[in-house]
Design a protein around this ligand. Structure first.
Ligand code: URA
Length: 196
């Protein structure tokens, strides 16, 4: 296999036609943030604003994510944020299995390049595609899973919190658990400390 690099990743995503989602988009949304961060967030797929701007989590759900991070004193530009699929599904529908599978080539390269120690899976699509189809977000949110030395936690997608405010208390518990995990691993100061 050719040596991986961000240049290769960018070219690979730009040239990708492995599923039909790229046929109806304005921009691909590869993901962005601190490429050396020990903390990665994975969402589902770009929405309308993300498609227009080519950036992940910049619409209403993204603004909520920024506030959730701020609530545990994590500056957003110190984490890496991306999605399961890099092209917006029509009408924000859930990506189909073949679309998510095709796009995993890109996600795997991203994870290999960032080398996060902790990954937060935002919503059911991210959780199922990363941890396995048996994951149930309402049952498994807030649980920690270790995979090949990387700690992963599913939590509600910020869009779900915008639709149903009653989920916010559990989401807050999950953010506190994230902060505790980062502290336990000695990573919290790394991320927070570089903020100023
Ligand atoms: N929802 C997602 O899953 N990802 C985004 O980038 C925006 C909204």
């Amino acid at each position: 296999m050719a040596e991986i690099s961000w240049e290769l990743f960018d070219r690979q995503v730009a040239a990708c036609t492995m599923c039909p989602l790229c046929q109806n988009i304005h921009n691909k949304v590869p993901g962005q943030g601190d490429k050396q961060s020990p903390l990665m967030f994975i969402g589902e797929g770009p929405g309308q604003v993300e498609d227009e701007e080519g950036l992940a989590f910049v619409g209403p759900a993204g603004q909520l994510l920024t506030r959730m991070l701020a609530a545990i004193s994590l500056p957003r530009d110190r984490v890496y944020i991306c999605n399961i699929v890099k092209c917006r599904p029509p009408n924000n529908r859930v990506p189909e299995e073949v679309e998510a599978e095709a796009c995993k080539l890109h996600l795997r390269m991203q994870v290999a390049l960032v080398k996060p120690k902790v990954i937060v899976l935002l919503g059911s699509t991210a959780a199922k595609n990363t941890l396995g189809p048996e994951i149930r977000i309402t049952r498994d949110r807030g649980r920690w899973f270790e995979r090949k030395g990387v700690w992963m936690m599913p939590t509600y997608h910020p869009s779900a919190l915008l639709r149903d405010a009653s989920k916010k208390a559990e989401a807050w518990e999950d953010m506190q658990s994230l902060r505790d995990k980062l502290m336990e691993l000695g990573l919290y100061e790394d991320i927070y400390g570089g903020a100023k």
